[in-house]
Ligand binder design. Structure first.
Ligand code: KG4
Ligand code: ZN
Length: 339
């Protein structure tokens, strides 16, 4: 089954053709980074406009690279939630148009489900159940993935997402957007023990996360240095900050391992590209003799191949949308739309 998948939840316009959930025939991404860089972050209105301009060409290129015609596809899939509403709407409406004109089924895909599925296209043997740590710009979740479309959220951030905390810290230190990626690069040879940042104390749940205190601490540190006329030591502050974020992520994941005793652990979402997180997750998985899966770097960030992969399993589960499908800015991963 060949699925033409579309992703437009944030600032990447992407389309891909994926066969039977695992084989990527093409994956095309039109990045908007050069434009958003001017503003230090994603400007939702600009993102929507660029999606409108790019989506048609990106889909055409995905079909060309897969060496198929529109009529050769068996279904159209799109990310419908969660994300920037104006950005999602472009992909959803374009997918609806394609579905209507070709008569092929329309498959709605949850963005975090697709991030998890990025591991299916990178590791053919991977099948649920497994424990997933999903870390993106907008979400930080520990998820018990029981089956391809069956999820239980067991831990989540109480405030900021890990990616958001990375981006904000990077911006405060004067690093350009995308902050998480640039801080990872800058901090590569910094000393992670040179600055001490606070660890969150969370009532009632040992699996929940919090990053807002840490974010405030780095902002205060940099502002204090600037008030004294000193330049922040980006390498060492960055390395210490990333080390603290990763420690928080690994601590909670270790607790979840001790509760669920999973055979497999997977990492997903944009922050899964972080070099320190990848290393520390490997150490953690080795400690408990668990098999660890992480997406290839090219599938960590937003892309449509992961949407095409998850769509295959949604389709098998009967998740087919009518043309009434709407975009939704916020929706938990364990919820399905009813249409
Ligand atoms: O999944 P994603 O591409 O978009 C969302 O769904 O949010 O994640 C984007 C996030 C951003 O916060 C970005 O700074 C972060 O992933 N990110 C990284 C790295 N690459 C991307 N954070 C830390 N280290 C990286 N290498
Ligand atoms: Zn994402």
């Amino acid at each position: 089954m060949k699925i033409l998948a579309i992703e437009s939840s944030c600032d990447d316009t992407a389309a891909a053709v994926v066969e039977d959930g695992r084989q990527v025939l093409s994956s095309v991404i039109a990045s908007q980074v050069p434009e958003h860089i001017l503003y230090g972050g994603v400007v939702p209105e600009i993102a929507s406009r660029r999606h409108c301009e790019s989506i048609s060409g990106v889909c055409r290129k995905a079909l060309e690279e897969a060496e198929i015609e529109l009529n050769d596809i068996d279904a159209v899939a799109c990310t419908y939630a969660p994300g920037l509403i104006g950005a999602l709407l472009v992909g959803v409406n374009f997918a609806k148009g394609l579905s209507y004109s070709t008569g092929k089924p329309l498959i709605p895909v949850h963005h975090l489900r697709s991030h998890i599925a990025s591991n299916y296209i990178c590791s053919d043997e991977l099948k649920p159940p497994f424990l997933a740590l999903v870390v993106s710009g907008g979400h930080t979740h520990l998820i018990n993935v029981k089956d391809y479309t069956d999820y239980e959220i067991i831990g989540r951030t109480r405030d900021d997402a890990a990616g958001e905390a990375m981006d904000k810290a990077a911006r405060t230190m004067g690093l350009p957007y995308p902050g998480g990626l640039n801080m990872d690069r800058e901090a590569a040879d910094g000393d992670p023990h040179s600055y001490k940042f606070p660890l969150p104390k969370i009532q009632d749940s040992e699996l929940d996360f919090s990053f807002s205190g840490l974010k405030t601490a780095v902002i205060n540190l940099v502002h204090n240095l600037e008030q004294k006329g000193e330049k922040p030591d980006v390498k060492n502050i960055g390395a210490s900050y990333i080390g603290t974020v990763v420690k928080i992520l690994c601590d909670r994941t270790e607790k979840a391992i001790n509760i669920l005793h999973p055979e497999r652990l997977i990492l997903a979402g944009g922050v899964s590209a972080n070099s320190v997180l990848r290393r520390e997750m490997k150490t953690l998985a080795d400690k408990y003799k668990i098999k660890l899966y992480m997406p290839d770097l090219k599938y960590c960030g937003d892309n449509a191949a992961m949407v095409g992969s998850q769509a295959f399993y949604e389709y098998q589960n009967g998740q087919i949308a009518s043309l009434k499908l709407n975009a939704t800015a916020a929706l938990d991963i364990d919820k399905n739309i009813t249409i």
